[in-house]
Every structure is written in structure tokens, then in C-alpha cells.
Design a protein around this ligand. Structure first.
Ligand code: PRP
Ligand code: URA
Length: 210
């Protein structure tokens, strides 16, 4: 993989991912761990945020300290499953605005179908992190990124928990400017375009449907 694809190997992240993969993990634990993983991934995905030096007064003396500078952030979950990652990101960046994109995969064609979109007014001025636990064929992620580009967003990152090689390749080809943050790249897609070994249907496991 190239330098635009970050596969995060932190032991805490990998341990939590093993919990998600287990078929006997119930909805409560699944939901909590998705959120915790999003927090850990957020720490890495924001490593390059610019800072600026300002002078403050401590109880003891004046000090030069670093604070965040540059553009403000928006996070954009892809409904439904991306919603499971929102609170974990807001834990670290509580002032981030949240846009929503509704996409589902047509079960026959595996192509993404749009059904909802609502963005903050100033979205084009914000750096964007798109959230979705699963990057399978890459169709949904590629469409979501194109959406944000159509809104005028210039700096877009994609955060997924598990990817298939096919999905990473698709996003790299369609959007070579977008950095991708992942906890794992799995073996392959099966005949139903599910990630193998993966974790099953992320939306169903987060919301307890099926
Ligand atoms: C899942 C997942 C991604 C998409 C990935 O959503 O959360 O959005 O599939 O597949 P792709 O890379 O092949 O496009 P799904 O369509 O199951 O909708 P849901 O989140 O509402 O369950
Ligand atoms: N969407 C999921 O939720 N899981 C997969 O393995 C593929 C697409």
C-alpha cells in the first residue's frame, strides 16, 4: 500500500477489532467497541492537524503553548453504519460539525443508492472526515467522497474500520487525493460483496436489525 493508506496497528485497536469480528459479540458491546475504535483511529487521523503558538498565563508564569489552528473539522458518517463512529470522534473533537449522507447498497448490483443528505452550511470551508466501518467494493465510499467534492470540500479523509483490497483500490483510483485510515485490510470479497473474514453486516450489528 502507498503512503495515502494508513493501516493502524496499535495493539489496543487490534484487540478491540478482534471483539468486533467475533460472531458472539452482542449489540451492546459491538456498538461500544465501534465507538472506542473510532476514538483511537481519530487520534491517528488528526495527527497532521496544524497548530499555532500562543502565549498564555499559567498560575506560575507566562508560557508559549500550541493550540489547534487552520480549518475547522466536519465529520460525515455514511448512514447507517457510520453513525456508530460519530460519538467516538466527538469525544476527541467535541466542536466538530456533523453532516450526514444516506447510502445503501443495492443487494443485487452492489451499487450505492442515495437516500439522504444534510450538511452544515459552511461545509466547503471545513476539513472533512468521512466515517463508515466497512469499505467493501468501495462504491459507497467513492460516491460519498464525490458528494463532498461536489459541495466544494478540498481536504477529505476517509476512515473505515475494515477494508477489502478491492475497496481500497477503487478509492485510490477514483480519489487519489484522499487519505484512507483503516484498522485492517482483509483478504477478499465474497460473492455477495461481503468482506472476508470481516465482521458481517456492520449496520445490522450496530442497530440490532436482523
Ligand atoms: C454498508 C457499509 C458501507 C457499504 C460498504 O452499508 O456500511 O456503507 O455497505 O459497501 P461498498 O464498499 O461495497 O459500497 P449498507 O449498504 O449495508 O447500509 P447500512 O449501513 O444502512 O446497513
Ligand atoms: N457492508 C457490511 O456491513 N459488511 C460487509 O462485509 C460489506 C459491506
Amino acid at each position: 500500500m502507498d503512503e495515502m493508506v494508513h493501516v493502524l496497528s496499535h495493539p489496543l485497536l487490534q484487540h478491540k477489532l478482534s471483539i468486533l469480528r467475533r460472531e458472539d459479540t452482542g449489540v451492546k458491546d459491538f456498538r461500544e467497541v465501534v465507538s472506542e475504535i473510532a476514538t483511537l483511529m481519530c487520534y491517528e487521523a488528526t495527527r497532521d492537524l496544524p497548530t499555532q503558538e500562543v502565549e498564555i498565563q499559567t498560575p506560575v508564569a507566562k508560557a508559549k503553548v500550541k493550540v489547534l489552528a487552520g480549518k475547522k473539522l466536519a465529520i460525515v458518517p455514511v448512514l447507517r453504519a457510520g453513525l456508530g463512529m460519530v460519538d467516538g470522534i466527538l469525544t476527541l473533537i467535541p466542536s466538530a460539525k456533523v453532516g450526514h449522507i444516506g447510502l445503501y447498497r443495492d443487494p443485487q448490483t452492489h451499487e450505492p443508492v442515495e437516500y439522504y443528505c444534510k450538511m452544515p452550511d459552511d461545509i466547503e470551508q471545513r476539513d472533512v472526515i468521512i466515517l463508515d466501518p466497512m469499505l467493501a467494493t468501495g462504491g459507497s465510499a467513492s460516491a460519498a467522497i464525490q458528494f463532498m467534492k461536489n459541495y466544494g470540500c478540498k481536504h477529505i479523509k476517509l476512515m473505515n474500520i475494515i477494508a477489502a483490497p478491492e475497496g481500497v483500490e477503487r478509492v485510490r483510483k477514483d480519489h487519489p487525493d484522499v487519505e484512507i485510515y483503516l484498522a485492517a485490510i482483509d483478504e477478499k470479497l465474497n460473492d455477495h460483496a461481503y468482506i472476508v473474514p470481516g465482521l458481517g453486516d456492520a449496520g445490522d450489528r450496530i442497530f440490532g436489525t436482523k
